[in-house]
Design a binder for this molecule. Structure first.
Ligand SMILES: *Cc1c(COP(=O)(O)O)cnc(C)c1O
Ligand SMILES: [Zn+2]
Length: 365
């Protein structure tokens, strides 16, 4: 393993790489994994690495996993980067074709592998639906129990999917934040292993960024556009680009853009202002108090990107546009294209289409 240590993103407190902790013990904020990049550089400077087929575990040296024999995987990632027919220089990274229908599988393969390394028998997860379905599937694969907590607005399709994998589902009154609080309470009482928007997930979701660069022949697009719920995906993509730059695989950084729903847009230009009663049909980005808010601000500032908000109607329009090119996305998954168009992005632009249209039954057109 090439992970060096865990560092609090906010106060800088450090912890050993293999601690069983989920946030900073001093200030409570989220942690970030640091690596020995010189070791990684030696591994990736080879022709075999550069030419190997694009898939999630190709980039294993950038993940905090100790024993590759114990990995719990379902061949997540390796998704196509599809050139748009309608929009010049736009590309779609279609994450709906992952094993459970969203990019969450890239994070879950790391989280559940770490749970297995730790000999955990049970995991908890608060989710608007997709992460819960993903954790349920990988837990089933690993033979451990998963308890998923969803807000009432979670789609019946996502709940059906979670149950199908054999996980327990609890509907929590209120928003995603209430579901998250509940899992933290259970953790404090019983110590059950937490999965969700914590650092292991962010580490796994970096592969969306790794793959985009790899698929463009080790060149960065000018822009990468991500839907933003808790912000873990956006931060992961930013971190992936930074790490590729650190080990000499990338010359120039892309600008990173985040897209929220107008009814749930807690991240402003320079700070995070939590939204108490979010209102959007885009359930996967319905997170009023983003766990990775500060990380998103940093990524946007450093990469010279922007944060935008689009209405549900604009997302529905982009959903239709994508479908007319053969890509069926869920509403949140179409936020990236809607945001790119609203911002008028020019030049090579990769829009992350984060989830599959079969995840929701409501028809928007
Ligand atoms: C989870 C999810 C998002 C939001 O990702 P964050 O990491 O929470 O910002 C967007 N779209 C879909 C389909 C998702 O499942
Ligand atoms: Zn801290």
């Amino acid at each position: 393993m090439h992970a060096k240590k865990l560092v609090c993103f906010k106060c800088g407190k450090e912890f050993p790489a293999n601690s069983r902790i989920f946030w900073c013990s001093k200030c409570g904020y989220s942690l970030d994994v640091e690596y020995h990049y010189s070791e990684i550089k030696n591994l990736v400077e080879r022709e075999e690495f550069l030419r190997a087929p694009v898939k999630h575990w190709k980039y294993w040296m950038f993940y905090p996993v100790q024993d590759l024999q114990k990995v719990v995987s379902m061949h997540e990632g390796g998704t196509a980067l599809i050139k748009s027919r309608h929009f010049k220089d736009y590309w779609f990274k279609f994450e709906g074709v992952n094993p459970t229908g969203s990019f969450k599988d890239r994070g879950s393969t790391i989280e559940i592998t770490k749970a297995i390394e730790n000999c955990e028998k049970e995991v908890l997860c608060a989710s608007t639906g997709n992460m819960g379905a993903s954790i349920a599937a990988y837990s089933a694969r690993a033979g451990i129990k998963a308890s998923i907590f969803v807000p009432e607005f979670a789609s019946s399709e996502k709940i059906r999917q979670i149950k199908a994998y054999g996980a327990s589902v609890t509907k929590v009154k209120g928003t995603y934040d209430h579901a998250l609080e509940l899992t933290k309470k259970i953790f404090e009482k019983k110590g059950t292993y937490l999965t969700g928007d914590y650092y292991y997930r962010a580490e796994g979701q970096k592969s969306v960024g790794f793959e985009i660069i790899d698929q463009l022949n080790w060149e960065s697009p000018e822009n990468i556009v991500c839907p933003v719920g808790n912000g873990t995906l956006l931060f992961a993509v930013f971190k992936a680009c930074k790490e590729f730059a650190k080990v000499g695989l990338l010359k120039s950084m892309p600008r990173i853009y985040g897209v929220q729903a107008t009814g749930c847009n807690p991240i402003k230009k320079a700070k995070v202002l939590p939204v108490k009663n979010p209102k959007t049909e885009a359930s996967a980005i319905d997170c009023g108090n983003p766990v990775y808010g500060l990380e998103v601000l940093k990524a946007i500032k450093e990469s010279k990107g922007q944060i935008a908000a689009v209405s549900d109607k604009e997302m529905a329009k982009s959903m239709k546009s994508l479908a007319s090119e053969g890509i069926f996305a869920e509403l949140s998954g179409a936020a990236s294209l809607a945001g790119a168009l609203k911002l008028g992005l020019k030049g090579k632009t990769a829009c992350i289409v984060s989830g599959h249209g079969l995840k929701e039954s409501k028809s928007y057109y």
